[in-house]
Design a protein around this ligand. Structure first.
Ligand SMILES: Cc1cc2nc3c(=O)[nH]c(=O)nc-3n(C[C@H](O)[C@H](O)[C@H](O)COP(=O)(O)OP(=O)(O)OC[C@H]3O[C@@H](n4cnc5c(N)ncnc54)[C@H](O)[C@@H]3O)c2cc1C
Length: 557
C-alpha cells in the first residue's frame, strides 16, 4: 500500500496528469546478477508524466533510477525506491533527411531506432554486440562497438533533452549548454531523465564479414600494422589456452545478402552442449582448456585459417551471439598497450614466467574468449566528462567474460578479476561503466578521471542538488568520501543471495530510513524473481531461424 501522504501528493501535483505506477515489479539485470524490488515501477507515456514523476519524487524525498532494459550487469540500476522505465516513451519524433538525423524519445530500443532509420535509407553507424538496449541506456554507460573508424555510440548524438530534478526540461548540444551536454553523454543515470536524443545516422548498406582462426602470434605481429585498419569493423576473440584468436572483420559492400552457413553452438545441440560443459567445469575447472579446444574447434574448425563469411545488412551483421548469463569485466586502455596486456595476461593464465601479476593462478582456469575490441574517440569533441577512452589516440577494450552456466558463478571469478584488474590498472586502463569491475575504488577513479570527474560532479550537483538521481553505485564510485548525504539519495542496505544464484539488492532512503524491524522483515523475505521467459529471450534474436534440431541463434561469434 502507498502511504497516505504519497497518495495525497499524487492527487495534488499536476492532478490531470496520469501517474502509471506499479507496486509489484521485480527488476532483474539481463544476466540475472542482481534483482531488486522498487517501491514503484513507473512507465510514463508523455513528457508531462515524466515531469510529474520527478516533481513528486522530489517532494516526497524519493530517489529515481531510470532503467532501460537492465542490460548493465552491475547494481547500477538496482533500487528499492522509484524505478522509471521509458519503454512506452519510445517514438521517433523527427527525421532530418538532409542531415541524416533521427530525433527519438529516450526509451526507444536500438533495434527499433535502426528499423526506423532503415525505412528512410539510413542505419546506425556502429553497434556493439546486440541491439536490445535503449538508446539512452547505451549512451549513458559509454557503450561501444569495435572499429577505429568510430568512437563511442554517444559520438553520434547531436543534441539531448533532459528532464531535471526541478521538473524542467533542458536542451543541450555541443553549441548550447555544453557542460550539461558533456555530462549527459555518459550520465550514468545520475543527472536526470533523458527524454530525447538527436542521433546522426549513415546510409544503410550491407556489410561483408569474414572470420578466421589465427595463431595469437599472428594477431600480435599484425597489431601495429593492419590488424585494426584493414577493414572498417574488426574484433578479435582471444582463446587463451589454445593461444589462438578468431579475427572477425567486415566492410561495407554493394553485394547482395549471403547468409552464412550454420554454426555449431548456433544450433540447439551445440548451444546446450557448451552450456552443460561450462556447468561441469564449475566443479572440475581443469577441463576448461579441453572445452576451449573442443567448442571453438567445433565452431570455427580445428585448424588455423579456417574461414566463415557472410553478407548481411549492417543493422544485423554487426551483432553477435552472447550465449549465456555472464560476468563481463571490460577495460579501455591505449591501443598500443595491447600486445603487452595480452602477452602478460596470457603468461598469467597459462602459469608461465613474465606476467608481473602478483596473484597466484594456482588451480585457476578461466573461460574463453577474452574479447578484444577497439574504438577511436580522439577525433570527437566535445568529449563526455565520464568518457573512459583514450583521448590521445585509439582505444583498446579487453573484456574478460566469465559465463554463469545455469546461473551459477564460476569458481575462478574473484581471483581472475583481481589479477585482470591489477594489470589493467597498471597499464593505464579505465573500466567500462556498465560492467562487473570489482576492485575499483573512488580513489582509483579519481586518479583515472581527475578534473573530468570533478566537472561531472559539479554539473550533476547543480542540476540535482537533492540527489533525486543518486544511488549507492554513484556514491561508491563517484562521490568523494566526505560528501554529505543528499536528501533524496538511496544507499545500499544489504544484498542477499537470491534463489537463482544472483543477488537480491536492498536500498534505504536518506529521508525514510527503515527501522530495525523493517530491515529484519525485509531481509528474511524470500525474493525469488519470476522471469521464466528470460532464458529464452536471451537466445532468440532477430536473425534466429528454426533448424532441424531446434532454434538456430547466430551463425557467427
Ligand atoms: C548481452 C549484452 C551485450 C552487450 N554488448 C555490449 C557491447 O557490445 N558494447 C558495450 O559497450 N556494451 C555492451 N553491453 C552493455 C550495455 O550496452 C550497457 O549495459 C547499456 O547501458 C545497457 O542499456 P540498457 O538500455 O539496458 O540500460 P540500463 O542497463 O538499464 O541502464 C544503464 C544506465 O543508463 C541509465 N539510463 C537509462 N535510461 C535512461 C534515461 N532515459 N535517462 C537517464 N538515464 C538513463 C540508467 O539509469 C543506468 O545508469 C552489453 C550488455 C549485454 C547484456
Amino acid at each position: 500500500m502507498m502511504d497516505e501522504k504519497l497518495q495525497a501528493d499524487i492527487r495534488d501535483v499536476d492532478p490531470d496528469v496520469a501517474f502509471p505506477a506499479n507496486q509489484q515489479h521485480v527488476h532483474s539485470t539481463w544476466a540475472r546478477t542482481f534483482h531488486s524490488r522498487p517501491e514503484l515501477y513507473i512507465q510514463p507515456e508523455t513528457t508531462q508524466e515524466i515531469q510529474k514523476i520527478i516533481k513528486l519524487a522530489r517532494r516526497s524525498r524519493r530517489r529515481i533510477v531510470v532503467v532501460g532494459c537492465g542490460h548493465s550487469p552491475s547494481d547500477l540500476t538496482c533500487s528499492s525506491s522509484w524505478m522509471v522505465n521509458l519503454d512506452k516513451y519510445n517514438r521517433v519524433l523527427n527525421v532530418d533527411h538532409d542531415r541524416k538525423r533521427l530525433t527519438v524519445q529516450g526509451g526507444i530500443r536500438l533495434r527499433d531506432l535502426n528499423l526506423a532509420a532503415n525505412s528512410h535509407g539510413f542505419t546506425m553507424p556502429n553497434l556493439g554486440s546486440i541491439h536490445d538496449q535503449s538508446i539512452v541506456g547505451a549512451i549513458s554507460t559509454a557503450t561501444h562497438g569495435s572499429t577505429l573508424k568510430h568512437g563511442l555510440m554517444s559520438d553520434s548524438v547531436k543534441s539531448i533533452r533532459i528532464a531535471l530534478s526541478d521538473g524542467s526540461i533542458a536542451s543541450c548540444s555541443p553549441d548550447d549548454n555544453q557542460d550539461l551536454f558533456r555530462a549527459a553523454l555518459t550520465s550514468l543515470g545520475a543527472l536526470g531523465i533523458i527524454t530525447e536524443v538527436e542521433f546522426e545516422m549513415t546510409d544503410a548498406t550491407n556489410i561483408e564479414w569474414e572470420q578466421t582462426l589465427k595463431p595469437l602470434d599472428w594477431v600480435l605481429s599484425r597489431w601495429h600494422k593492419d590488424l585494426w585498419t584493414n577493414k572498417e569493423f574488426t574484433r578479435v576473440w582471444w582463446l587463451p589456452y589454445m593461444k589462438r584468436a578468431i579475427v572477425w572483420s567486415a566492410s561495407k559492400t554493394d553485394k547482395p545478402e549471403r547468409p552464412p552457413v550454420s554454426s555449431w553452438y548456433g544450433g540447439s545441440v551445440g548451444f546446450h552442449t557448451y552450456h552443460i560443459l561450462l556447468w561441469i567445469s564449475n566443479y572440475i575447472p581443469r577441463i576448461l582448456p579441453a572445452i576451449e579446444w573442443f567448442v571453438f574447434g567445433m565452431q570455427y574448425g580445428f585448424s588455423d585459417n579456417s574461414v566463415t563469411s557472410g553478407i548481411e545488412p549492417q543493422r544485423t551483421g554487426l551483432l553477435m551471439n552472447c550465449l549465456y548469463s555472464q560476468f563481463v569485466n571490460e577495460w579501455a586502455l591505449p591501443l598500443e598497450k595491447g600486445p603487452e596486456a595480452i602477452t602478460r595476461m596470457s603468461a598469467w593464465i597459462n602459469g608461465e614466467e613474465g606476467s608481473g601479476i602478483p596473484f597466484s593462478n594456482k588451480g585457476l582456469y578461466v573461460h574463453a574468449p577474452v574479447e578484444v575490441r577497439v574504438s577511436d574517440t580522439s577525433r570527437f569533441q566535445p568529449r563526455p566528462w565520464m568518457d573512459n577512452t583514450n583521448p590521445n589516440g585509439p582505444t583498446l577494450y579487453l573484456n574478460a567474460t566469465l559465463y554463469r552456466p545455469f546461473l551459477k558463478d564460476p569458481p575462478c571469478h574473484e581471483r581472475y578479476y583481481e589479477a585482470f584488474e591489477y594489470l589493467m590498472k597498471e597499464l593505464g586502463g579505465k573500466p567500462h561503466w556498465a560492467k562487473n569491475f570489482s576492485t575499483v575504488t573512488h580513489d582509483d577513479l579519481q586518479n583515472m578521471f581527475g578534473d573530468n570527474l570533478k566537472s561531472f560532479l559539479r554539473v550533476r550537483n547543480e542540476v540535482d542538488p537533492d540527489g533525486v538521481f543518486l544511488g549507492a553505485w554513484h556514491r561508491r564510485y563517484l562521490l568523494p568520501a566526505d560528501t554529505p548525504r543528499f536528501a533524496c539519495e538511496e544507499k545500499e542496505l544489504a544484498r542477499t543471495k537470491a534463489a537463482d544464484g544472483g543477488k537480491n539488492w536492498f536500498g534505504d532512503l536518506t529521508s525514510h530510513p527503515r527501522t530495525a524491524d523493517e530491515k529484519t522483515a525485509l531481509l528474511s523475505t524470500e525474493q525469488g524473481p519470476d522471469h521464466d521467459d528470460l532464458e529464452d529471450a536471451r537466445r532468440f534474436r532477430e536473425t534466429s531461424a528454426e533448424s532441424l534440431f531446434g532454434t538456430k541463434v547466430f551463425d557467427k561469434m
